[in-house]
Design a binder for this molecule. Sequence first.
Ligand SMILES: Cc1cc2nc3c(=O)[nH]c(=O)nc-3n(C[C@H](O)[C@H](O)[C@H](O)COP(=O)(O)OP(=O)(O)OC[C@H]3O[C@@H](n4cnc5c(N)ncnc54)[C@H](O)[C@@H]3O)c2cc1C
Length: 379
Amino acid sequence: MKLLVVGAGIGGLGAAVALRQQGFDVDVVEIKQEFSVYGVGINHPANSLRALRSLGVLDETLGIGYQFRNTTFLDEQGELIVRLDSAMGGDDMPANNALSRLDLHRILIAAAERHDVKIQYGKTMRSFTDTGGEVEVVFTDGRQEAYDLVVAFDGIKSPTRHILFGPEHDAVYSGFGVFRVTLPRPDFLDGTRVYQAVGVKAGFLPLSVDSMYMFIVTPDPAHVIHRPEDFVDVLRERMAPFGSLPGEVRDSLTSSDDIVYSRISDVLLPLPWFRGRVGVLGDAAHACAPHLTQGAGMALEDAVVLAECLAADGTLAERLRAFEQRRYPRAKLVQDVSRGILESEMGITEATWGATVQGMRDHLAEQMGGIERFLDAPA
Ligand SMILES: Cc1cc2nc3c(=O)[nH]c(=O)nc-3n(C[C@H](O)[C@H](O)[C@H](O)COP(=O)(O)OP(=O)(O)OC[C@H]3O[C@@H](n4cnc5c(N)ncnc54)[C@H](O)[C@@H]3O)c2cc1C
């Protein structure tokens, strides 16, 4: 089979490697002129690490990242609410590994190149026609090529999803945004720390021995647009309630810190994700709020499972249906739980604070344990 992968993000690069591992021919096109990702961090829980192992890049990512098992929830002044140890992973696999997105991308690009994948930057599909027997693609550089299958990992704003399934499946803004910045890691930060205040959350993740990554989740009406030159002032203002680590970080932020702002949106495309020989995967099919740190893991699992299903017996339609049936329940669980956590954290009021904290102490370990058991099972 000859496949076109649209988008050289995390999922597209993973798919290129996984498909080459199964012996398929793969072309990759990426609309950006060159590779660029935000210089912030990303966490991979054990299920994402298993997908990276399957792609042959686990050791490299572990070598460069920071492994941890614990997540500590605190109030805005740093008083402990509850500390959880993840049940994911095992003897051969850490519960979590966080690393810089730049490093992850470099590792995935190098893996694709080792498998003779040529990534064509500054190029995408201008149009495609599914003739039933193949897909005829016309590229933006005027070239034409026929493929057996087109898989679009073209992100949350996926133009391919829009063309195949219409505007009713565009991503929906949650009403919340997130500021992110990479900073030096204090010695005591050996796992995730989440500081919860009414209406705002501060999180910290170790990324390496030297660095950590802070994220601040905050409400923003849809019409609000922050200018990059205002990020530091807006961030300081949003972090006003905090003492402890977030308070210290707030007071030391400067305009030269590389602060990134993103809106939190999500989309879950109902099945099918393929129309004939063209389909959408990764964020294009199921972008979620970042609260379980599972978006990239779901895209990487899509990549590995797609290649496995395509290498199995059956007609192409049967193999694609098998892929969708395997992937939809995991994508839906991640989507529902991530959205639920976002809404419940941001919905805390002064009146519900006490009951919320008690509920976290009483039930969070059991709730997270159930979700982790599901995610830790084979993808
Ligand atoms: C604040 C935040 C924090 C997050 N933290 C985590 C985390 O800790 N762990 C985790 O697992 N996930 C996390 N995620 C989610 C994760 O980043 C995404 O789920 C993941 O990047 C999805 O991979 P993808 O390949 O599907 O899409 P993307 O990584 O978005 O890649 C899409 C690619 O397609 C390209 N493209 C777009 N349009 C076209 C076109 N027409 N033609 C060709 N190319 C095109 C884009 O330029 C891009 O390179 C987070 C997300 C956010 C917003």
